[in-house]
Design a protein around this ligand. Structure first.
Ligand code: FMN
Length: 194
């Protein structure tokens, strides 16, 4: 790996997984955007699934359908999913965006910020079983936010509880490590042919 590879910026697409109105995702996405724009090595692309039309009846196997965000996902070196937990799993729009695409995920790292009454742990752990099918790897560190609605200030802004900044920092650092390594694999054309 060259010095340029080590120092180069990493493009991270944050995928906002809730499409409800109103939604807890709004203050959490705003908080994440504030935190992530302060990271010097990171180029950020916030993808809000609520404003991305991906009709389920047009989905094609292998990501063959025309997606309005295929280019943005393809340009990303890694992904951060902001996902709530619905009925002990991740919400349908998250599965939908995953299924709509295929090569866009391959040989890239995926990290998670989960939230919900229980912190979103079941949503995150179930997503870990999905991404290997897309040849994506999930990073060990994660951010879990139990009952985030109890951490809103008078203006409705999310005020992260103690420990959250450390968890986010560890998650982003691990995402960067994987993103650099896997970008080297992709650009050196070292990924296997199947
Ligand atoms: C359909 C539905 C199912 C839910 N199931 C769970 C659950 O199984 N576990 C949990 O911790 N929270 C659960 N919740 C609470 C959500 O995690 C919480 O409402 C969260 O704020 C949802 O995120 P959103 O407002 O950004 O969509 C559920 C919420 C909804 C709407």
């Amino acid at each position: 790996m060259t010095e340029d590879d080590v120092n180069s910026r990493i493009r991270v697409a944050v995928v906002i997984g809730s499409v409800r109105r109103p939604r807890m995702a709004d203050p959490l996405a705003a908080w994440l955007e504030r935190e992530l724009t302060a990271i010097s090595w990171l180029d950020l692309d916030m993808i809000d699934l609520a404003s991305v039309p991906l009709p389920m009846h047009e989905m094609q196997p292998g990501g063959a359908a025309a997606s309005p965000i295929a280019g943005r996902l393809a340009d990303a070196d890694g992904f951060l999913f902001l996902t709530p937990e619905y009925n002990h799993s991740f919400p349908a729009p998250v599965k939908n965006v995953i299924d709509w695409h295929f090569t866009e995920w391959a040989y890239k790292p995926v990290a998670f910020v989960g939230y919900g009454a229980s912190g979103g742990i079941r949503a995150v752990e179930q997503l870990r079983t999905v991404f290997p099918e897309l040849r994506a790897t999930t990073v060990r560190e994660s951010v879990l936010l139990p009952m985030p609605w109890e951490h809103l200030d008078a203006d409705g802004r999310f005020v992260a509880p103690p420990g959250t900044a450390r968890a986010l920092g560890a998650t982003m650092n691990e995402l960067r490590t994987w993103a650099r390594a896997l970008r080297s694999l992709r650009t050196a054309d070292l990924v296997g042919r199947t």
